[in-house]
Ligand binder design. Structure first.
Ligand SMILES: Cc1cc2nc3c(=O)[nH]c(=O)nc-3n(C[C@H](O)[C@H](O)[C@H](O)COP(=O)(O)OP(=O)(O)OC[C@H]3O[C@@H](n4cnc5c(N)ncnc54)[C@H](O)[C@@H]3O)c2cc1C
Length: 390
């Protein structure tokens, strides 16, 4: 039975978000007004940008920043749109869509340094490195989105994270237009976290990665090593890439133009990372509730000092099963962690579902789920608990 809160009819918002201005805004020719954003996002949801432009070079990005500053218009950065939730009322101010690709390879001693422009599709870069036999990105195969967004939430999958091979991040200050390089130690990297995943003046323009030619493929994640079996020697980089793509396909986590999927942002919630004490009390609670027999533990992995618990498992135990559908939104038939949009829905309907999941998981297990995507157009009022809004 769905929570009452979800039993509503989706409505089209009547009000479109506009920033308030002291004087009329003069709009340059490269900026469009009331431009739809849903087609630029993997969820295919949400209202228009009040102002919109594309930046296909650093000079164009600088021009967009200069105009936003002089017109006193808030500026939001959009790249591949695979990790954003856009408000039904749209996004006030200027949305800059970053589209400039480009990869430079520098051979330095034994290693290879790749410098990629922010708009380079991440999976194209991963495919190139696998083809060339440069180890370091193979487990990130199939993650949608751009290279510039990869450090924002320190993208990761199957035992690899972008932070592990990152040399530096170059970013543009949107106010004074200065460029700065950040070493990994200055980026505040953690599990799906960095200094760029919050209100920040910095827009990432280029990323440098250090890879290892002829290095051993990383396939220590249990699901990956199970699929690859225990071959003699280590698997090749392309075997790992193919295995990761197979796993992703089976979970509905691979965007494929030939096999269209419902809209999603991949995982909607982060896997909660518990302290050893909180982990013990979760297990005790599960045993007391009879969810698990005493001595058994829910799916988890060790992460530094903490224990990362599978959010998908918690959701399913709380009654939100794969394939659940409520009108135009629901839960992926392949993976409980992916909330999906089947078309013709609203962001509000998706948020109602997400909020019901958060509440039920917290009531049942005492665990607070944190949304993974970034929310555009909600001002300073987060639409969900722990949501990051821009
Ligand atoms: C099917 C599917 C599977 C996924 N699987 C994974 C996975 O396995 N692991 C994982 O970590 N993620 C995964 N994701 C999430 C998503 O692909 C990543 O977060 C990706 O890095 C987002 O890139 P993007 O270019 O689409 O960014 P967008 O969605 O456009 O933006 C995301 C955020 O980054 C900011 N941003 C974008 N570019 C820049 C820049 N140049 N400078 C500063 N800020 C910027 C935006 O303002 C926004 O806040 C998945 C998503 C989908 C749809």
């Amino acid at each position: 039975m769905l929570p009452k809160k979800l039993q509503h009819t989706p409505t089209t918002p009547k009000k479109i978000a506009k920033h308030s201005y002291n004087a009329p805004v003069r709009v340059p020719s490269f900026v469009q007004r009331d431009h739809p954003l849903a087609p630029y996002t993997s969820l295919a949801l949400g209202g228009p940008a009040e102002f919109f432009c594309q930046a296909s070079s650093r000079a164009e990005l600088q021009a967009a920043c200069s105009w936003a500053k002089s017109a006193r218009v808030p500026l939001t950065v959009l790249a591949g749109g695979s990790n954003v939730v856009v408000a039904d009322a749209g996004v006030p101010g200027l949305v800059v869509h970053l589209v400039w690709p480009g990869v430079e390879v520098l051979a330095e001693g034994e290693g290879r340094t790749l410098v990629a422009a922010a708009g380079t599709p991440l999976d194209q870069l991963v495919a190139l490195t696998v083809q060339e036999g440069w180890q370091g990105l193979e487990c990130l195969s199939g993650i949608p989105g751009s290279v510039g967004a990869a450090p924002v939430q320190n993208v990761g999958a199957y035992g690899q994270e972008i932070a592990q091979v990152l040399l530096w991040v170059e970013a543009l200050h949107r106010q004074n237009l200065s460029l700065q390089r950040f070493a990994p130690s200055q980026c505040g990297f953690a599990y799906r976290q960095s200094r760029f995943r919050q209100a920040t003046p910095w827009i990432i323009t280029r990323v440098a990665l250090r890879l290892c030619p002829g290095g051993f493929a990383l396939a220590c994640h249990p699901e990956l090593s199970r699929l690859l079996g225990t071959p003699r020697g280590t698997p090749s980089l392309s075997q790992v890439r193919e295995a990761v793509l197979t796993l992703r396909r089976a979970k509905g986590m691979l965007l494929d133009p030939h096999r269209p999927l419902p809209g999603s942002v991949g995982s909607f919630f982060k896997n909660p990372v518990l302290s050893p004490k909180a982990w013990e009390s979760l297990k005790a609670r599960l045993w007391a509730q009879g969810v698990l027999p005493p001595g058994e533990a829910p799916p988890h992995m060790t992460l530094g000092e903490g224990i990362k618990v599978a959010a998908a498992w918690l959701m399913e135990q709380a009654g939100f099963a794969r394939g659940l559908r409520h009108g135009a939104v629901g839960i992926s038939p392949h993976h409980a962690l992916a909330l999906v949009h089947w078309g013709g829905g609203t962001t509000q309907a998706l948020l109602d579902l997400a909020s019901a999941i958060q509440q039920r998981v917290e009531q049942t297990f005492g665990i607070s789920l944190e949304p993974e995507p970034i929310f555009f157009g909600f001002g300073s009022t987060p639409p969900l608990r722990h949501a990051v809004t821009l």
